[in-house]
Design a protein around this ligand. Structure first.
Ligand SMILES: [Zn+2]
Length: 131
């Protein structure tokens, strides 16, 4: 596994940790790191609320990247609960597709860190409504 994935794991791990913020909001049970094309790593945590106001860790990390003036994703890494494996949900995939039409298929997604299993977003989203 290359050092970039290790750096992304460490960045995501640094912000991981479930917290109850109020009676209605928890955060940090999942964390993510997104690497932009410039090579910078942006992190985000999931935020869970009542009434579906929350956000996935991946989208939070992507929004962090956008907030900082970058719009091209190179890689996505997520630490799901219990260090398990997992792929981005449909909403996160949709955001990446809409953010990078014509280019999203080359985004590398870490599926299982313990096995070093990486897939392209194009493999995870075949026949999407946007090419
Ligand atoms: Zn998601």
């Amino acid at each position: 596994m290359d050092q970039i994935w290790v750096d992304m794991y460490n960045a995501a791990k640094a912000v991981l940790g479930g917290k109850r913020i109020s009676d209605y909001v928890t955060a940090g049970e999942v964390s993510a790191a997104v690497r932009s094309k410039s090579g910078k790593i942006y992190v985000g945590v999931c935020i869970d609320t009542c009434s579906t106001l929350g956000i996935c860790a991946e989208r939070n990390a992507i929004f962090n990247m956008i907030t900082n003036g970058e719009y091209e994703i190179d890689r996505v890494f997520c630490i799901p609960p219990n260090d398990g494996k997992g792929a981005p949900c449909g909403a996160c995939r949709e955001l990446m597709v809409q953010l990078m039409p014509g280019r999203y298929k080359d985004i590398d997604i870490m599926i299982d860190y313990s096995k070093g299993l990486v897939m392209k977003l194009g493999e995870l989203t075949p026949e999407w409504w946007i090419d």
